[in-house]
Each structure stands twice: as structure tokens, then as C-alpha cells.
Design a protein around this ligand. Structure first.
Ligand code: ADP
Length: 381
């Protein structure tokens, strides 16, 4: 019988939970470190360590208890990971890659240094510096401000089109980027294993919620021509190879109005833009991540069926214990797959689950997705 190494995951949210579900079929146990066993991956964990993935000692001790370490979030203590790596622990993605990616400034520098296409930018240290640059005309409207660290799901991003938007500006070290004329937002998930094998998932297209800055509809395959799809896919593979990533790399891209493809940002782990792979692809992104970090043969990334994914978000006005309304109605629709993460508390726009719709006809699937959005709701009694 194959003896799997002991795998530890930093973070026990929905991504960890879906990793655990994916490899339960191999009877492969995962261990998690996070603040509470009540978190989504808690009930599916083989062993659970309560602690903080941001704390040096917690991460170091947890790392000592497993053979292979990985993450479901980038905001972890990389100092502890560096020390563990020096002592010979297998860690994917490598600590220096996590450090590179969790700082949007370093990410941008990487793209520039490797001649990888991304929007033009400058780095700024504070709000005061940005205002000064506007005064001296070193910087002009419009632009996008992104805090270098700790941003996610659109938090830490401000679009500044003119003086009236200055109040939205954040006071933190930031990347100041050109505002791109976006035709479509695209993403490719690439899997790469230590021995070098690489596979990319089919290109997806994301339509964003206008205020929540979260994906509203994700379509797979993206509705673009073959040339664009091929170009986006090879660019994503090029990024994963130049970063020397092991595990998954989700590459978010902008297709501009001139059909240029620019890299927006990357994440070295399973990603929201790959949730549809559970129901649509031969191998889900979660199984693929574990295959990649264990240096096992990568699974096929081919589509079995087209997919649309929608996030199940917390109601904008509700905070409190979460309940689900309309599940029965949603489940009665053919091709609808409901995934609930099991977070005890709902908050405005919190990702509480997702739904994937599978089928052959993207338009008909989108109608179903809209219907499910009306039917299935997170409520707070
Ligand atoms: P997060 O890390 O929070 O996901 P992103 O960098 O992906 O932040 O930005 C969130 C959204 O803001 C993007 O999906 C896109 O819609 C918009 N955006 C980001 N950068 C730019 C840009 N340079 N030009 C235009 N829109 C942008």
C-alpha cells in the first residue's frame, strides 16, 4: 500500500476543506493549523492544531509535526517557514515565493524584471507621497491604488479617477497602477510539480459584482477566440515557470480593449477561479494541488463539461449565525451543484459557499445561475 507523507496545511478555510474532500478518496489525511476547529476544514481534518498561521512559534511547531507543508492563504509567517525549509522540511510553495506573491509591489517588480506584461506602475510609501506626486505631476489621474500587503477580494484596492475619489485613498505602502481599459477579466490555473511537469486548466472568464468586487459569474471556457485563449494560457505557464512554482498558481489576467493580455496578480494555491473544476474537470484544482506538492503525476485538466460558478455570499445587511434558504429548490434544477462551506457566522459579502452549474450551453447555464441566485440565500434568523 502506498504510504502518503503527512501533509500539513496552514489555514482551515473553504480551500482547505475542499482539499480535504478531494483527497479523502485516497484516504489521505490532512492536518490543519488555524484558530478554531469550527472553521470549514475542521470537521474534515485528520488532526487539527489550534493556533495562528501568522505566529512564528505556532507555524514552526506545526511544521515540525508534518512531512510536507502547504498553504491555503498567503498571509502566513514565512520566517518560520524559512527556518523549517533550512532544516529540510518540504514546503510548497517555497517560502520565498510566498513572500514574493503576498507583496503586490514585489510581484510587480518580478513581472517587470522578467519582461512579463503587466500594467505600468510606480511604488509609493504613503498617502502623503501619492498626494505629492499628484502635485508635482509625476502622477496623473486616473490610477489604481493597491496596498502592497494584506489586500484580498478587492479590499485594499481603490480606483482614483479624480479629486473626488481622493477620500478613498488608503495610507499605506502601495502600488500605483495605470487604470486598464478592461474588456474581460480572465484567469488560468497552472499546476506544476517539483519534477517540472506543468498543466494548465482551461481559460476562465470572470464577471465581477459591481460593488462587492467579488466574482459574480465565472464562465468556463472563457468566451474568447482560440488565439486569445492560447496566448493567455502560454503566458500563465510562463509566469509559473519563471517563478519556479510548485503546487498551483492561479494567474489573473486582464484582456484589454486592444486585445493585449496583462498579468494582474497571482495566487500560489487553489483559487476562487478554479472552483468549477470540482464538477467540470477530470481533476479538481484541489486534488491537483495535492498531487503537485507530493510530486505525483498531474491529473488531466480537460473539461468534462462546461461550467459556470457563482459565489454564495453573505447578505449585505446580515451579520450573525448563518442559515440557508431555498436549498431544496436549487437542488431540484438539473446541473446545479451546491457547495456550502459551513461557516457559522454570515457577514456582508462573506464567501459562504459556491454553486457550479454544468451543461453544454453557456447561455442556458447562465439563466440557471441567475435563477439559483434568486432561490438560494444565506439568511440570518
Ligand atoms: P484583490 O487582490 O483584492 O483581488 P485585484 O488586484 O485583483 O485585488 O483587484 C480587484 C479588481 O479591481 C480587479 O479584479 C479589477 O476588476 C480591478 N482592477 C485591479 N487593477 C486594475 C487596474 N490596473 N485597472 C483597472 N481595474 C483594475
Amino acid at each position: 500500500m502506498h504510504q502518503f507523507p503527512k501533509i500539513g496545511i496552514l489555514g482551515a478555510g473553504q480551500l482547505g476543506k475542499m482539499m480535504a474532500i478531494a483527497v479523502a478518496k485516497w484516504h489521505l489525511p490532512l492536518s490543519f493549523l488555524d484558530q478554531s476547529k469550527e472553521f470549514p476544514a475542521g470537521s474534515l481534518s485528520h488532526s487539527f492544531t489550534e493556533g495562528s498561521f501568522k505566529d512564528y512559534q505556532d507555524v514552526y511547531d506545526f511544521g515540525q509535526s508534518v512531512d510536507v507543508l502547504s498553504i491555503e492563504i498567503e498571509h502566513v509567517n514565512t520566517e518560520a517557514l524559512r527556518d523549517l525549509a533550512t532544516e529540510g522540511k518540504i514546503i510548497h510553495p517555497a517560502p520565498d515565493k510566498i513572500e514574493l506573491i503576498k507583496d503586490k509591489g514585489l510581484q510587480k517588480e518580478f513581472y517587470r524584471n522578467h519582461n512579463l506584461p503587466t500594467s505600468s506602475y510606480i511604488l509609493m510609501n504613503s498617502k502623503e507621497d501619492i498626494l505629492k506626486a499628484l502635485e508635482t505631476r509625476e502622477l496623473a489621474y486616473p490610477f489604481v491604488q493597491k496596498t502592497r500587503t494584506a489586500g484580498y477580494d478587492g479590499k485594499g484596492v481603490a480606483v482614483i479617477k479624480g479629486v473626488k475619489d481622493l477620500e478613498k485613498m488608503m495610507d499605506a505602502p502601495s502600488v500605483i497602477e495605470d487604470l486598464v481599459d478592461i474588456k474581460k477579466e480572465l484567469a488560468v490555473i497552472v499546476a506544476r510539480r517539483p519534477s517540472g511537469e506543468v498543466k494548465a486548466y482551461p481559460l476562465v472568464e470572470m464577471e465581477f459584482h459591481p460593488t462587492a468586487n467579488l466574482v459574480e459569474f465565472l464562465l468556463c471556457p472563457a468566451q474568447v477566440n482560440q488565439e486569445i485563449s492560447d496566448r493567455a494560457t502560454s503566458l500563465a505557464i510562463q509566469v509559473a515557470e519563471s517563478m519556479d512554482i510548485c503546487g498551483l498558481l492561479a494567474v489573473e489576467l486582464f484582456l484589454t480593449n486592444d486585445d493585449e493580455i496583462l498579468i494582474n496578480e497571482v495566487a500560489p494555491r487553489p483559487h476562487n477561479s478554479g472552483h468549477h473544476t470540482i464538477d467540470s474537470c477530470h481533476t479538481s484544482q484541489f486534488e491537483q494541488h495535492i498531487r503537485a506538492i507530493l510530486d505525483l503525476p498531474l491529473g488531466s485538466t480537460k473539461l468534462k463539461t462546461k461550467g459556470i460558478m457563482i459565489n454564495l455570499l453573505g447578505h449585505p445587511d446580515h451579520t450573525g449565525p448563518a442559515y440557508y434558504d431555498g436549498l431544496e429548490n436549487a437542488l431540484s434544477i438539473e446541473g446545479v451543484n451546491v457547495h456550502i462551506y459551513g461557516k457559522a457566522q454570515t457577514k456582508p459579502y462573506r464567501k459562504m459557499g459556491h454553486i457550479s452549474i454544468i451543461g453544454d450551453d453557456i447561455l442556458a447555464m447562465k439563466e440557471k445561475a441567475k435563477k439559483v441566485k434568486q432561490l438560494l440565500k444565506v439568511i440570518c434568523k
